[in-house]
Design a protein around this ligand. Structure first.
Ligand SMILES: [Zn+2]
Ligand SMILES: [Zn+2]
Length: 662
């Protein structure tokens, strides 16, 4: 049993005593009071938390943490005058902590004291410029003051600080609509649709505003096109490398997207050959745009269409685009749509090394694109998609080793995409592969410097998973429910004097502040990657939950289980007509946030108004699942002088680096 579980269990036993026995509070320290109040709030018992904190404050000396917690509890309860006096007192006590200022501002907003709210928010933003919440509430105040232009600027700032804070996009869209800036409104709704194709408002507005646009959708979210082919230099020893098959243009989950046609250009004259028999089906020239499409009337065959639009051949299974000297030439695939639910890509060209296979999938009635490329050249196109290559070289080398190991482990052991004929997909599900466009000299240097080296455990390739940012503590495979893999251990990523939190109150304070950590270097962690916030309107969550189960009006989000790191590994969404328990990491992230949360490392605060749940505020940390190597932490460790071997050893205890047998 972890220390945290013990503390939590202890607190839960203690609560009835603390709450209902005469003088029970006297036994609780300030930290104990704070912990207990948080446990109560997490169970949806905010009113009891108010009572507990009042009692604690009566007995204890004025403790700024307790004062602040009480102010927030009153705020969430909707008792605004009490919230105001307690926030003001906490501020007067000299703390002027950004979150106290923010709480006072939110209270002032609801009491329609807009000038006071703006003053407080400006101070909060000055003290913690990367905290998106300040700009969120600035936007709210400007809206209340009927200043749409200023509100737009504030909401845009939210997105600048945290592009994942998608909840502000519908606000932005509505403001643009109000100002008759329809193109911009449409673009915001389109952005929402990209991350949540079922979002009812975004879907309806995207349609209804279409007629009023002054520009074409393509001009509003322009596809990323590639002009000229790149003359690529082959990786050293590329011809002795093994070939990896990469599924191209897959969904975020690595699956085949419905695709009826593919257009492509090759850097040199090419032959389209049957993949199995090598029989020649058609011949084309450099730079010509050719198309392969599912036959409209017979879905069991695909057609080859020449640059003039003439059908010149057909096939049932798969074909390959073959060029002379393919090691120094590329193929460009046109306007592949990115997966809905991931990133902002929209449509983009993709330039690839190696050979391209186009297969007809009768089951999906769709075309599958497979890139056959040497393992090391595949890594050239992976590294920068997974870690920006201005990062320290030792971090890049660690990433190269893990990416190589990951590819081999998937090809040899997991084989997740066997049914569709490729070893790995090009999305987050396996690892993001951007092809030639993302190759850089430093990425190639890191790959070449670690050539063939992989991470092993007991002599076999390790399952070397990684993610962007742990938020200060990684979690073990067992805790997240992915199995008891010996080297998937929980590692504290804090720095120097920082200590891992060991109670609910410490966890909250830790997530609401910016403690020193290997992964908290602004140079390597984007604004909201180490610490983030989200405000989720209860109505929004209701709509998302109702797609899975009708639980009535949402009352609370109750964390059921946490890892030692603080990651939430099970939640109960409590409604007036039933509950929904969510236990899988990616499902928790997807259901709670519009377009998903950055991670499951968060604490929730629930705001109630007029007897109903109004909104959830999440204070979170990290980006990604938190198991294995923390990439931002690798950057921080390398910055401090660690070698790639040390970095890998920090996140993967008991593993070894060895040359792969290929
Ligand atoms: Zn995959
Ligand atoms: Zn970390």
């Amino acid at each position: 049993m972890s220390a945290k579980r013990i503390v939590m269990g202890f607190l839960l036993c203690l609560l009835p005593v603390a709450l209902f026995a005469e003088g029970g509070n006297a036994a609780l320290s300030a930290q104990g009071c704070l912990d207990a109040s948080i446990v109560l709030q997490e169970q949806g018992r905010n009113r009891d938390a108010v009572g507990l904190l009042e009692g604690c404050l009566r007995r204890a000396i004025a403790d700024p943490e307790l004062r602040s917690a009480l102010a927030w509890a009153y705020y969430h309860e909707g008792v605004l005058p009490k919230a105001r006096t307690n926030f003001e007192e906490a501020i007067k006590a000299g703390s002027r902590r950004p979150l106290d200022l923010l709480g006072a501002a939110q209270t002032a907003l609801e009491e329609r004291n807009y000038d006071r709210a703006q003053t407080l928010l400006a101070e909060a933003a000055e003290k913690r410029p990367r905290l998106a919440l300040s700009y969120y509430y600035q936007g709210k105040v400007y809206e209340a003051q009927d200043k749409p232009d200023e509100a737009i600027a504030s909401y845009q700032r939210v997105i600048k600080e945290d592009s994942h804070f998608v909840e502000v996009r519908p606000f932005l869209a509505a403001l643009y609509e109000k100002l008759k800036r329809i193109d911009e409104a449409w673009r915001q709704y389109a952005r929402v649709s990209q991350v949540d194709s079922h979002h009812p408002l975004a879907r309806a507005k995207k349609e209804s505003l279409l007629a009023s646009l002054t520009k074409k959708p393509d001009e509003l979210i322009p596809p990323k096109t590639i002009g000229r082919h790149t003359a690529v230099v082959p990786a050293p020893g590329w011809d002795k490398d093994s070939i990896i098959k990469v599924g191209i243009g897959t969904s975020a989950g690595g699956n085949v997207l419905p695709r009826k046609a593919i257009a492509f250009r090759a850097a040199a004259a090419f032959v389209l050959a049957d993949a199995a028999s090598s029989k020649e089906l058609a011949k084309g020239d450099a730079g010509e745009i050719w198309t392969v499409r599912v036959e409209p009337h017979d879905r069991s065959a695909a057609q080859i269409v020449d640059p003039k639009g003439k059908v010149v051949g057909s096939f049932k299974k798969s074909i390959r685009i073959k060029m002379e000297s393919p090691e120094s030439r590329t193929t460009i695939l046109s306007r592949l749509s990115y997966a809905p639910g991931y990133a902002w890509g929209g449509m983009a060209d993709r330039e690839l090394r190696g050979e391209i296979e186009i297969a007809l999938s009768p089951a999906d009635k769709s075309l599958i694109i497979i890139n056959l490329v040497s393992l090391e050249e595949y890594l050239y196109g992976v590294l920068n998609s997974e870690m920006p290559t201005h990062w320290p070289m030792e971090a890049l080398k660690a990433q190269a080793v893990l990416a190589r190991t990951q590819a081999l482990y998937r090809r040899q052991v997991l084989r997740p995409h066997k049914a569709h004929g490729y070893d790995v997909c090009d999305e987050q599900h396996c690892q993001v592969y951007g092809g030639v466009a993302v190759e850089t000299l430093r990425a190639k240097t890191a790959v070449d410097a670690t050539r063939a080296e992989i991470l092993t455990y007991n002599g076999n390739p390790a399952h070397s998973i990684f993610f962007s940012n742990c938020g200060g503590h990684t979690q073990s495979g067992r805790e997240i429910g992915w199995g008891d893999v010996a080297y998937w251990r929980a590692v504290f990523d804090g720095k120097d004097s920082a200590r891992a939190p060991h109670s609910p109150g410490q966890l909250k304070q830790w997530l609401q502040s910016e403690p020193p950590a290997h992964c908290n270097l602004p140079k390597y962690a984007g604004a909201a990657e180490f610490r983030w916030t989200r405000v989720i309107p209860a109505a929004d969550l209701e709509a998302r939950v109702s797609r899975k189960k009708n639980v009535g009006r949402i009352k609370n989000i109750i964390p059921l289980r946490r890892s030692r790191s603080g990651h939430v590994n099970a939640i109960r969404i409590q409604g007036t007509g039933g509950d929904l328990v969510v236990e899988r990491e990616h499902e928790i992230r997807r259901i709670l946030g519009l377009g998903a949360l950055r991670s499951t490392l968060f604490v929730v605060e629930t705001t109630y108004r007029k007897g109903r749940t109004h909104a959830f505020t999440l204070y979170g940390g990290g980006w990604g699942h938190g198991v294995g190597m923390c990439q931002a932490g690798a950057g921080g460790l390398a910055e401090g002088g660690a070698l790639y071997k040390d970095i890998v050893a920090h996140y993967y205890p008991d593993t070894f680096l060895q040359p792969s047998s290929r």
